[in-house]
Write a protein that binds this ligand. Structure first.
Ligand code: FAD
Ligand code: MLT
Ligand code: ZN
Length: 462
């Protein structure tokens, strides 16, 4: 071992113990490649501290030794921000996995950053409460990673994204100091709001160690429906009408044609309703009592906008409908290595965007396929572009799709973040004054560029 790694390892042994310092390539491989397989890095060292005090010391010693750090939770991030693409040390938060007892009076909980979403959901369910954000990576993604990416998911129309769930935060800054503000006061105007600053900061400003989360009543009355549409305009109009009329609307998700056919092939199923349709909505209503009547009346009033409907009221038929939406990501991954683009558009621009994107892509690379799906209720379309035979498409397709989204007034990152994949496109949504302000914040909190220095901000010379 050279370049100061041995010295660092011997110092860190006294902090986290030998078992939590991984050096061999076969042990570090899983921490060095992202979920999609598109981003493959290498690291001299993975460190797994058990608590905030250990983590703070690890950051201090690693910074002192001159290494940069990539914070990593469940490594389900989709923008190349969670893996060591430039030889950084990986700091895994997976051992910060304690949940404190649920505060039933306040309807809040404090969780360690390494608690997975599924663990947190199970923990608060025992008090008949729920976490406001839910997503298909729930078994692996962590509370810290979800805050760091400001994750969205399938309930944003009801409860907002991760930022809206965080009432307090504890984090380790680049110099090893700890900021902690976990009282969970709903009103607290005592200066800068660290939860807001760290939400969406993608590991560049601090390493989140604990979070105080707002909880919501666990709604046991559920009804799920799949609606098929002849065209994108109709699906958008129906989503708007449902958002207005169904007070218990919990999710309004979408799958467009090619993604629907791919997922059906993947799970070996026929298209469940409206086989020749262009778009399918998966909608869910959730309430303390059965919301089926409310949802059924609203679907009826959509009239001829809807081509066909399937309804799930018990848990197995609801799960059956959800799998078409939740397994799209897995179906795409099984087909190859896509470029994953994640945009939001205003409601009036969604149909133009979804209709135009396939021809924008094929004008650049005729062999590429485009799979679109997402969270229609909040205008979020996931555009997955796959090159011929499952290989990566040319980078030029990313530029063309993101430029088109920006031209329509949309965002080039709805919920996955910027990471390394989108940082050279940040200027499409952010002015140079904004990017300068971002750099000033980064410099103030991390002057030595220790925390995820290659993520989020574009290269200085671009
Ligand atoms: P990681 O992948 O480990 O890290 C993500 C980023 O956060 C990195 O930049 C990392 O450095 C930083 N980070 C991680 N932990 C910390 C910490 N404690 N402190 C500071 N920085 C940290 N995302 C959505 O928004 N909505 C979805 O619906 C959704 N669905 C998904 C479905 C699948 C099947 C998959 C694979 C991913 C999905 N994602 C979705 C993306 C991903 O799950 C989320 O972004 C999630 O929030 C990442 O959590 P993680 O713990 O895996 O973070
Ligand atoms: C989803 O909504 O399923 C996710 O954001 C994952 C993806 O984009 O593949
Ligand atoms: Zn999503």
């Amino acid at each position: 071992m050279s370049d100061g790694v041995s010295e660092l390892v011997s110092k860190l042994k006294g902090v986290v113990g030998d078992n939590h310092l991984l050096r061999e390539a076969d042990l570090t491989a899983g921490y060095s490649t992202d979920w999609t397989g598109r981003f493959q890095g290498r690291t001299p060292l993975v460190v797994r501290p058990a608590n905030t005090a250990e983590l703070a010391e690890v950051v201090m010693l690693t910074a002192e030794a001159g290494f940069a750090i990539v914070p990593q939770g469940g490594n389900t991030g989709l923008v190349g921000g969670s893996v060591p693409l430039n030889g950084e040390v990986v700091l895994s938060t997976m051992r910060l996995n304690d949940c404190q007892p649920v505060d039933q009076l306040a309807q809040q909980v404090t969780c360690g950053a390494g608690v997975t979403l599924a663990q947190a959901q199970a923990h608060v369910a025992s008090a008949s409460l729920d976490i406001g954000v839910d997503l298909a990576a729930r078994d692996s993604c962590t509370i810290g990673g979800m805050i760091a990416t400001n994750a969205g998911g399938i309930n944003v129309i009801r409860y907002g994204a991760m930022r809206e769930q965080v009432l307090g935060i504890e984090a380790v800054l680049a110099d090893g100091s700890v900021i902690s503000h976990l009282e969970g006061l709903e009103k607290d105007n005592t200066g800068y709001h660290f939860p807001s600053l760290l939400a969406g900061s993608e590991g560049t400003l601090g390493i989140i160690t604990k979070a105080r989360l707002r909880l919501h009543p666990h709604l046991t009355g559920r009804c799920t429906a799949m609606l098929a549409f002849d065209n994108v305009d109709d699906a958008v109009a129906a989503t708007s009408a449902l958002r207005r009329s169904v007070t218990s609307l919990h999710s309004a998700e979408v799958i467009f044609r090619d993604a629907m056919h791919l997922v059906c092939e993947h799970i070996n199923s026929a298209v469940p309703v409206g086989a020749n349709s262009e778009a399918w909505l998966i909608i869910e209503a959730a309430a303390p009592s059965d919301p089926t009547e409310e949802l059924a009346a609203a679907i009826d009033s959509l009239g001829r906008l809807v081509v066909d409907v399937g309804v799930g009221v018990d848990s197995s038929s609801r799960k059956n409908l959800w799998q078409y939406r939740e397994k799209v990501t897995e179906a795409i991954a099984a087909a190859g290595t896509p470029h994953k683009l994640d945009v939001t558009l205003g409601a009036s621009k969604l149909a133009d965007f979804v209709t135009e994107v396939p021809s924008i892509v094929s004008a650049i690379d005729e062999g590429s396929s485009v799979y679109m799906f997402g969270h229609l209720g909040d205008g979020n379309v996931h555009v997955n572009v796959m090159g011929n035979a499952g290989v990566e498409p040319p980078e030029a397709v990313d530029a063309a799709v993101l430029e088109y989204a920006a031209k329509l007034g949309g965002s080039i990152s709805a919920e996955h973040g910027i990471g390394t994949a989108k940082k050279e496109f940040l200027h499409l949504n952010r002015t140079s004054a904004e990017i300068f302000a971002f750099r000033s914040i980064k410099h103030a909190l991390d002057p030595r560029q220790i925390l995820n220095p290659h993520v989020l901000l574009p290269s200085e010379d671009s």
